[in-house]
Design a protein around this ligand. Structure first.
Ligand code: SF4
Length: 342
């Protein structure tokens, strides 16, 4: 019986030269994510899905691990076509290995045999046809880390654009300027999962903080709609200090100008929404997001963009005029929901 590795090896094609280069005909440098792996022959990068075969980087192609039409707020995008459906698809693998990953079955499938994931062969046209049939207004690459499967996502996005659909990433944001340049002509919206402002924690996840901040700045500079979401994990990143830093440093990272005005109304709205007591520590974050919201106003950049507090109990603030918004989602289970990945 074919192993998952065999199946994936049969679903690859040569990577785009814009995202990989071979120096001496044997080693290959990949620039699809911030690891920028230098990969010897017959080996894979950190993500385990981009493989050097004889000096050619082979990348994932022609399959999905899952695809379905979801409410766009489930992605979550809170300010693009609210109430619409987003056709979501994913492949396998991730360049990070967060122990608290909600999508570990797909993201860690190459590291954790317990994931038990498999794949379904498909084409960009088939996916977009299914998206149109489902009534979706957008097509979103999610479930695994889309950066490491960017060539495939761009192929799907080209077909989606031709069908009049919006396109988006749900990503850890651990990107490079090269991959953002490659994506920019084909992507409308990008959700960055900013895990906190603790470099040590980012190293535990297998990455670094600065490239993620640079991605937020880079997306903003390229005029791409950005929403930033932080999963608030009690005991991991919900201290007043870290949440305060999240809001304030995000305000600066956004490139917004001005001194900022704390949003005095936020705690009241917080109580009204009936959020769990554990989120009370989110006030500094909400204040930071409120600063951003109060300093930036203007016309929405994408159809249906809005400024609102999400009905599902998360905090949502829009900075629509600048294509950036920030949210905090409370992650209820304890930190150690499963063992760390190898
Ligand atoms: S996508 Fe990232 S982790 Fe994977 S090979 Fe490229 S640089 Fe390395």
């Amino acid at each position: 019986m074919a192993t998952l590795g065999d199946l994936l090896a049969a679903h690859t094609r040569a990577g785009d030269p814009a995202l990989c280069e071979s120096s001496d005909g044997t080693w290959v440098r990949c620039s699809a994510c911030a690891h920028e792996c230098l990969i010897p022959d017959d080996a894979s990068g950190t993500c385990k899905v981009r493989v050097n075969h004889g000096g050619t980087l082979m990348v994932p192609w022609g399959y999905v691990s899952g695809a379905q039409s979801d409410p766009i707020e489930k992605k979550p995008f809170f300010h693009v076509e609210p109430g619409s459906r987003a056709f979501s698809f994913g492949m396998l693998g991730c360049d990070l290995k967060c122990a608290c990953c909600q999508n570990w079955v797909t993201s860690q499938a190459l590291r954790d045999p317990a994931a038990g994931s498999t794949i379904t062969r498909t084409s960009p046209e088939e996916l977009v046809h299914a998206a149109v049939r489902s009534g979706a207004r957008s097509v979103v690459s999610t479930y695994n880390e889309p950066l490491i499967t960017t060539e495939w996502a761009v192929a799907v996005f080209k077909a989606a654009r031709a069908a009049g659909l919006l396109t988006g990433y749900v990503s850890n944001g651990h990107a490079t300027p090269k991959v953002l340049d490659y994506l920019a002509p084909w992507i409308d919206m990008y959700k960055v999962d900013l895990k906190g402002f603790d470099e040590l924690q980012y190293r535990n996840y297998g990455g670094h903080l600065e490239p993620v901040l640079e991605t937020i700045r880079g997306l903003h500079a390229r005029g791409i709609w950005v929403e930033v979401v932080t999963l608030v994990v009690p005991g991991l990143n919900n201290s007043d200090d870290e949440l305060g830093q999240l809001g304030q440093r995000f305000f600066r990272a956004s490139g917004a100008r001005g001194s900022g005005i704390p949003n005095q109304g936020s705690p009241k709205r917080n109580r009204k929404s009936g959020q769990p007591a554990g989120l009370a520590g989110a006030s500094p974050l909400e204040t930071g997001a409120g600063m951003l919201n109060d300093r930036i106003s203007g016309k929405a950049g994408l159809p249906g963009a809005s400024s609102s507090t999400s009905p599902n109990g998360t905090i949502a603030r829009s900075a629509a005029g600048k294509f950036i918004s920030m949210s905090a989602a409370l992650y209820a289970p304890p930190v150690s929901i499963r063992p760390g990945h190898a």
